[in-house]
Every structure is written in C-alpha cells, then in structure tokens.
Design a protein around this ligand. Structure first.
Ligand code: ADP
Length: 579
C-alpha cells in the first residue's frame, strides 16, 4: 500500500513537473525572443539615426557594441562587420531582414543554428544613403534553454522523490492507523474518517450475522449434547482434518484428552494410542466400516468406526460408536471356560467306564472282580449324572427367571428334611449331624433352597474328621432370617477362601466329595456345589458369609437382609437379572 501511494505521488509529481517545465520554458523562450527582437530593433534605429546624422566611422560604435553590427550596401555587399572580415562574407541581399529593410525601411528575423541550441536575432534599418545597417544578437535556442534547465529539473525531481516518500509514509500511516485501531466487536463505536464509514457499516452487519449464526449453532450443539448426553454408548465424530468434531458425555468420560473444554483442534491420535483405535479410524477414512475391541479404564468396548460423507472411496468424516461389552465379554469367557471344564470333567468318569466295560466285554475280568467292576461303572456313571445334573441346575439358575415360581418356604422344615436325607452319610463318615432353631419362613424356590442347604451340609460332612460334628442352625429374625452350617472339619486355607465359590474350583481335588463316598443322586463331587450355593443365595436376595480356620472347622452363613417386603422382591429381581 505504502509503495503504491509512493509511486502514485511520484508519477503525478514527475508528470506535473515535466509538463510545467515544458510550458515555462516555452513561455520564457517566447517572451525572451520578443524582448530581444524589440531591443535589437530599437538599438538598430539608434545606430541608423547616428549614421544618418553624419557619423561616418561605424567602427567607433561597433568596437564596443554588445551586438554584432553589419553595414550592407543596397546590392547586398557587406561594407562593414564588427565581428568578421568583410572580405570573406557573401552577399547579404537574400537575407530576409535585409530584404525587408530595403523594401520597407525596417526588417527583422531570427534563425536557429543546426543543433537548435542557439538562435540569432536580426534587426535591419535602411539608411538615407540606401545602405542597410543590421544588428544581430545570439541567444540560447529552445534546446539550449532546456539543456541549461536540466540540473534544476533533476534537483526538483530528487526533491519530489523525497517529498513523495515522506508524504506516502505520512499518508499511509494516517490511513492505516485508524483502520488498525478499529474496534471490531463494535464497529459503529469507532470515531474515524468518513471514508471508512461504509466499511464499518458492513463490519457491523457481518458481526450481527455471525452472532446470530453462533446463537443458532450453540442451540443446536446444546440440543445434540442433550440427546447424546443421555446415551450410555460413546459417540465421537472425527472431521476431515482428522480432528475431533464432537464427543458425547460417555465418550468424554472414557478418554482423558476428551475431557478438555475445547476438543475441536484435537487430533484423533492424541485421544488414544491403541493400535485397534488407530487402525479402525484409518480404515474408516479409507471408506471401510471397521469393528474392533478396545480396553479402556478396565472395561472392554466394542468400537465401530463408520465412514461418512464418502467421495471417491474416501470418507470426509468418521463416526465412532463405543459400546460397553465388558459383561458380555466376561460371560462369553466364562461360558468358554465352563464348556472346557465340563468336557474335562466328563472325560475322566467316561474313560474309567470305558476301561471297565472293555475288560468285561473281552472277558478279561475274573469272575470275582466282575461285581466290583460293575460297581465302579455304576458309581462313575452316577458321578457323570451328578455332574450333568449340577450343570443343568446352574444353567437354570443362570438363565431362567425363577422368581415367578417363588412360594413361602419354612427353613426349619427344610433343615429337618436335609438332615434326614444325609443321616446315613453322616453316620458313614462318623459325623454327628443335627439341626436346631425356630421356624423361619422366606419367599423362595423350595428345590433350590434344598439344593443350597444340601450342598452346604454335604460339604460339612465330607470335609470333616471322624467323630466330628455338623450343626445346622435356623436363626436370625423374622425380617432377616439366617441359616448357619458349622462343622468341625479340615477348614479352608485363607488363600482359597475367595475362590471356592467359583465353578469347578477345588481346594484339593483328591479330597473332593466324589472320592469321599458322595451318595449318588445327592449333588456332590462335581466342584459345582458351592457355585450352585452362591447362585441360589443370589436368586433369593441373600448373602453368604464364610468363616474358616484350618484344622478347626468351617462356618457358612446364608443371611437374608432386613428389607421391607417390596424391596426384598426388587432386590431378588435385580439379583436374578444380574446373574
Ligand atoms: P466339591 O465337589 O469339590 O465339594 P464344592 O464347590 O462343593 O466342590 O466345594 C469347593 C471346594 O471347597 C471343595 O473342593 C473343598 O475343598 C472346599 N470346601 C467346601 N466346603 C468345605 C468345608 N465345609 N470344609 C472344608 N472345605 C470345604
């Protein structure tokens, strides 16, 4: 801008200067010519008058005269010249001023030199003698005048450049300073030169439009936040610059980087460095829908990256959807583990049955062994049956909604029944088994509660010592009943206590109930007994407490928490749903 102003001023100045100089030179030259001509003619008249009055020797005047004086005869011959030798001079009869003087009495003319640098003025007057006296004076021609003016013009030009620079600077500053100082937030409040008013008006108009659009955008953003904020799933939109355009509340809570106020300039690589995350997003930008698993904050997420705004196979944006699949993952892995365990548990008795059956089939068994082998086959088959039965029970507890089959169950009556059923086994293990406590009713499923109590008592007998005791107590209050099975057996080492409720977990496989003479058809020996107890308690909204000391015995309590009836039902419902 400054340069443009400078050159504009400079060009204008130079142009004006040249035109003005030309005009002045022309005018001056004209004026000088007129004056010179007039002066010369006046002087020629004086000289003529002097000659007419009797002055005979023209050399008296000619010697000191400032001009050239020539005396020409009527036939053109040069009679005298104060600055040249008359002998060398040609006839002057053809000179216009001489011819005019001979004809009219006076004549004037001027002639330029070949180079236009000099001009000679002539004035001639006819004497009474018929001769002509002529005065000549030489001055600068137009080019000569111009040449002599050049240093002055160049000087003025230099001055003009300096002045143009100075003015351009001042002008630029005075133009730009108010522009730079404009208050863009409120353009109309600026007090500046009038020419800026249209610009300020337009700025103000633009400001208002931007504010309106911002308001609209903020409202839409809020609406979007409101809708997506309720989503349990994470939603992230990545724009063409691979930066985050939007992240809902769930997504923000997953990644620290997204917790900042402004995520707009955040590159997706700054959010997470997991290879699955990077590959899924790059794949989606390449136009593919990608799915992967992502572990974040101790939970597992299903990440779906979908391309959006596709052009020529490339996406201009990517939409990410994150669904928490931790429970599903855990359930799947438990199911896989369970299936592997079940297959393993089935294999052992089946291999045994196959072995004995083969011996019998080939007639390799001695007759006195046949009964024993058949007995082993039967007991292994019973073990298989128990395992299958326990698996079925667990899967029912896992998957079926059994609460609609709940009835009132008296815990004391149930205890008496189980003690009766296990009396023979207790005797076999030389263990005293008895039940005490008042009648307590709970809402529940009788066969499941029976299974729970049976498994607890069965364990208490099996993991006991000869002459040991098992005491089943019904206690607690009406609102918070409690079942306790206490034995004086081997106890459970502390490091195993947290895990004994897991499926197929055994502290010492060699002491499992199957190997300790578990009665067929009574649900023991599969390693699933306490897992069934845990699920059965959950279904009934009860919790389990374990207390055990190695060599002293184990006490297991099933406690129904004190809750209003409605809440207990709800707790049982959620317990059932949470399985
Ligand atoms: P199992 O078929 O092996 O009895 P359970 O699930 O019923 O399977 O029990 C898991 C493990 O917990 C048992 O292997 C046993 O080591 C231990 N256990 C259970 N009850 C008792 C108890 N009353 N005393 C000592 N150990 C016990």
């Amino acid at each position: 801008m400054k340069t443009r102003i400078f050159f504009s001023i400079l060009l204008t100045t130079v142009f004006t200067l040249l035109v003005a100089s030309g005009a002045v030179i022309a005018m001056l030259y004209g004026q000088i010519s007129t004056d010179m001509q007039y002066e010369l003619l006046t002087e020629a008249r004086y000289v003529a008058r002097a000659l007419n009055s009797g002055l005979r020797d023209l050399a008296d005047i000619g010697r000191d005269a400032p001009h050239r004086i020539t005396l020409i005869a009527a036939d053109g011959r040069v009679l005298y010249d104060n600055s040249a030798n008359t002998g060398d001079m040609a006839s002057h009869d053809n000179r216009p001023e001489v011819r005019a003087a001979l004809a009219t009495g006076e004549g004037e003319s001027s002639r330029l030199s070949d180079t236009l640098r000099l001009r000679t003025f002539y004035a001639a007057v006819r004497l009474q003698s018929g001769e002509v006296v002529r005065l000549a004076s030489m001055t600068r021609g137009p080019l000569g005048l111009l040449t002599s003016s050049i240093p002055g013009i160049v000087g003025v030009l230099l001055l003009a450049i300096v002045a143009a620079l100075y003015v351009a600077r001042r002008l630029t500053r005075s133009l730009m300073e108010p522009v730079n100082a404009i208050n863009l937030d409120d353009p109309l409040s600026n007090d500046t030169y009038d020419e800026l008013s249209p610009l300020l008006l337009r700025l103000d108009h633009q400001n208002r439009r931007i504010i309106d659009q911002l308001k609209e955008l903020t409202a839409k953003q809020r609406e979007l936040d409101c809708i997506t904020g309720q989503m349990a799933e994470g939603l992230i939109v990545i724009g063409s610059g691979k930066t985050i355009l939007f992240a809902n509340r769930s997504a923000r809570s997953l990644f620290d980087a997204l917790n900042r106020q402004d995520v707009a300039s955040l590159h997706f690589m700054e959010v997470c460095r997991a290879s699955g995350w990077l590959e899924a997003i790059e794949g989606a930008f390449a136009g593919r829908k990608e799915e992967t698993r992502l572990s974040q904050r101790g939970r597992v997420y299903q990440l779906t990256a979908s391309p959006a705004g596709e052009q020529e196979g490339k996406a201009s944006a990517v939409i990410l959807f994150l669904v928490d699949v931790t429970e599903r993952e855990q359930a799947e892995s438990m199911r896989r583990e369970f299936a592997a365990n079940v297959s393993h548990e089935l294999k052992t008795p089946l291999t045994s049955i196959m072995g004995y059956a083969e011996l019998l089939e080939r007639g390799l068994a001695r007759s006195e062994d046949v009964q024993g082998f058949a007995g082993r086959i039967r007991s292994e088959a019973a073990r298989l049956l128990e395992l299958i039965r326990d698996v079925i029970t667990l899967s029912q507890l896992d998957e079926q909604d059994l609460r609609n089959r709940f009835t009132r169950v008296d815990l004391r009556a149930l205890c008496d029944q189980v003690v009766d059923e296990l009396a023979a086994k207790a005797e076999q293990h030389q263990v005293t088994l008895h039940c005490e406590g008042p009648s307590r009713e709970v809402s529940g499923l009788k066969e499941t509660l029976h299974e729970l109590l049976f498994n607890l008592c069965d364990n208490a007998i099996v993991y006991n010592r000869p002459e040991g005791q098992v005491t089943v107590t019904v206690g607690g209050t009406e609102q918070s009943p409690m079942l306790t099975v206490a034995d004086t057996g081997v106890g459970i080492p502390p490091e195993h206590q947290a895990r004994i409720f897991e499926r197929f977990y055994r502290v010492d496989a060699s002491r499992s109930r199957a190997d300790s003479g578990s009665t067929p058809g009574t649900g023991g020996g599969s390693g699933l007994g306490l897992a069934i107890v845990k699920h059965a308690a959950r279904l009934h909204g009860a919790r389990i407490e374990l207390e055990s000391r190695v060599g002293k015995g184990t006490t297991l309590r099933v406690i129904w928490p004190e809750l209003p009836a409605g809440e207990r039902d709800a707790a049982q419902a959620s317990a059932a749903a949470g399985q």
